[in-house]
Design a protein around this ligand. Structure first.
Ligand SMILES: [Fe+2]
Ligand SMILES: [Fe+2]
Length: 306
């Protein structure tokens, strides 16, 4: 393993470690390295940055490291490693509780347990779409992949778990936040990967496209490999909920197939709740737990491999 720690910067009283990783995936068994105040995954908050230049620097630094390291090869190795699902056996609900141990530095509501974000999103959708029980459950589980930050899941650094996601293996679209940092990504100059289609073809379907590695793709793998019976739009929401270049800028539509276009409608609905369910009233966990346990029972096996 070669772990090169480039430098350490102290910003805003927070130690930010910058790490570049070379070699195979087992190299990632170090503790979550980055303390980043915020990311663009909560899109509307970006508008506050003018009033908060310190936070902006933290976000920029986060995306610089993210954009340099998320290569086609990196994603391939991460997928191969985590596809093994050999880290833990637990139920969906146990994972919801486990997520409370996770600190996502990109989350503006650091004081609030993660389970509250999950339940607030789910309950808000349940109120407006009472008959779409699959969508309630999708909301509950959409961020469970953040367990990747925990040591028992490899303790991945924040840049490999949270933040906006984007396709790798083809040109990085200009609409991706802090696009300029892709110039330092090895794929940027690789003629196999730096064209409009790169490793893909028109209408090939996003299913066949490698996305930058993070909690979205990991939870998608977990759900799929454990044989969930959730419908196609649910898996689409899980895998692409941080793919802001697609749902905010409409980029990469040339890679979508007909099913993706249908599923995108649900993602756009979901996304409103993911963003704005923050800072709402606390959900009484014990009160709603039986309902969500019944959904988990309907769509998942009792224990999943993680
Ligand atoms: Fe998320
Ligand atoms: Fe979320």
């Amino acid at each position: 393993m070669t772990l090169i720690i480039d430098d350490q910067i102290s910003q805003f009283g927070i130690e930010v470690e910058e790490k570049k990783i070379h070699g195979n995936e087992t190299e990632l068994g170090f503790g979550a390295g980055f303390l980043v105040p915020h990311t663009n995954s909560f899109g509307h908050n970006f508008r506050d940055y003018e009033a908060d230049s310190e936070r902006q620097e933290g976000v920029e630094n986060f995306y610089r490291i993210n954009h340099v390291n998320q290569t086609y090869d990196f994603v391939k190795r991460m997928r191969e490693e985590y596809w093994r699902l050999n880290r833990m056996e637990m139920s969906i609900w146990e994972c919801c509780e486990l997520l409370n141990d996770v600190v996502d530095d990109s989350d503006p509501d650091l004081d609030e347990p993660q389970i509250q974000h999950l339940l607030q999103t789910a309950e808000a959708i349940r109120k407006d779409y009472p008959n779409e029980d699959w969508l309630h459950l999708t909301a509950l589980i959409h961020d469970l992949g953040k367990v990747l930050l925990l040591p028992s899941f490899g303790g991945l650094p924040q840049w490999a778990v949270v933040g906006d996601t984007f396709p790798v293996g083809c040109a990085f679209d200009e609409s991706i936040v802090h696009h300029k940092y892709f110039k330092e990504n090895p794929d940027y100059l690789n003629s196999v990967y730096n064209t409009k289609y790169g490793a893909y073809s028109e209408g090939c379907g996003l299913n066949n496209v490698m996305m930058s590695w993070g909690h979205d793709d990991y939870m998608y793998l977990v759900a799929q490999e454990n044989g969930t019976t959730l419908p196609s739009p649910a898996l689409f929401i899980i895998r692409y909920h941080s793919f802001y270049a697609l749902h905010k800028a409409g980029a990469y539509k040339h890679l979508m197939n007909e099913e993706d276009k249908e599923n995108l409608k649900w993602l756009l609905i979901f996304n409103k709740y993911d963003l704005y369910s923050k800072s709402k009233e606390t959900v009484d966990v014990q009160n709603v737990k039986p309902y969500y346990l019944s959904l988990i029972d309907k769509y998942f096996p009792a224990k999943l491999r993680w």
